[in-house]
Design a protein around this ligand. Structure first.
Ligand SMILES: C[S@@+](CC[C@H](N)C(=O)[O-])C[C@H]1O[C@@H](n2cnc3c(N)ncnc32)[C@H](O)[C@@H]1O
Length: 222
């Protein structure tokens, strides 16, 4: 965050910003809270919408308006046109939505073909590898927090997260084929998925026309 605020969510905004595809025109920040990710996205994407179901936190986001469209609503039901955002992003919000597969499907439906869905989320540790990552996170936090201005967001929270990292990963893999998964040390995971563009199937008439163009023309002698 350019103003120097830091916490575990803000720390990973750079992963979301790095996933923004070249030429992206529109972005949606799901569960925008105080609106910090939406504002970071606004520096690289011309039209950014931040949605949050909580009116009070959205009011605080509005007060620091930076040209973002703020919407008070539930991302599951708000009447956004499908396939409409080049970037659908979300930080620390998916654990508020217990039906993981339905949530991934909804976010995928809102992503434009060729666009990117980028999520940083929270989950529960359940494996020895998770515990190693948590330990690395504790060390990283001690080092970073000393040098940063730790800032506490004012958005509603849910704790503990309802799903384990393994459950989130499995749900994401089912709904978002070829998604990229990362377990992050500061008690988070990241998912980046590019929505495939539809493959256009050539009709038989189009195929004939294309082939006909390949045949050299016989020009009769004058
Ligand atoms: C823990 S906060 C994270 C806020 C912000 N993304 C951040 O990184 O600081 C989760 C946010 O998701 C919002 N939220 C929960 N369910 C939602 C839904 N169905 N639609 C939109 N926002 C939702 C909550 O109101 C809350 O502001």
């Amino acid at each position: 965050m350019p103003d120097g605020r830091w916490n575990h969510n803000i720390h990973y905004h750079r992963l979301i910003l790095a996933a923004v595809p070249p030429g992206a025109r529109t972005a949606l920040d799901v569960g925008t809270g105080d609106g910090l990710l939406a504002r970071d996205l606004r520096r690289v994407v011309p039209r950014v919408t931040g949605i949050d179901v909580d009116g009070a936190v959205l009011e605080r986001a509005r007060q620091e308006d930076d040209g973002v469209d703020w919407i008070e609503g539930d991302v599951r039901t708000h009447p956004f046109p499908l396939d409409s955002f080049d970037v659908v992003a979300s930080v620390a919000t998916l654990h508020h939505l217990p039906d993981l597969e339905a949530t991934f499907q909804r976010l995928a439906d809102l992503t434009a073909p060729g666009g990117v869905l980028a999520v940083v989320g929270l989950a529960r540790s359940s494996t020895p590898l998770d515990r190693v990552a948590d330990l690395a996170g504790a060390v990283e936090h001690r080092v970073l927090a000393r040098r940063r201005q730790v800032w506490k967001h004012t958005a509603p929270t849910v704790w503990p997260p309802p799903h384990t990292y393994a459950q989130v990963r499995r749900a994401a893999a089912r709904v978002l084929p070829a998604m990229r998964w990362r377990r992050l040390p500061l008690w988070r995971y990241a998912i980046v998925w590019t929505k495939p563009r539809p493959v256009r199937v050539e009709s038989p008439a189009e195929a004939l026309l294309r082939l006909a163009k390949l045949v050299p023309r016989v020009v009769p002698d004058a």
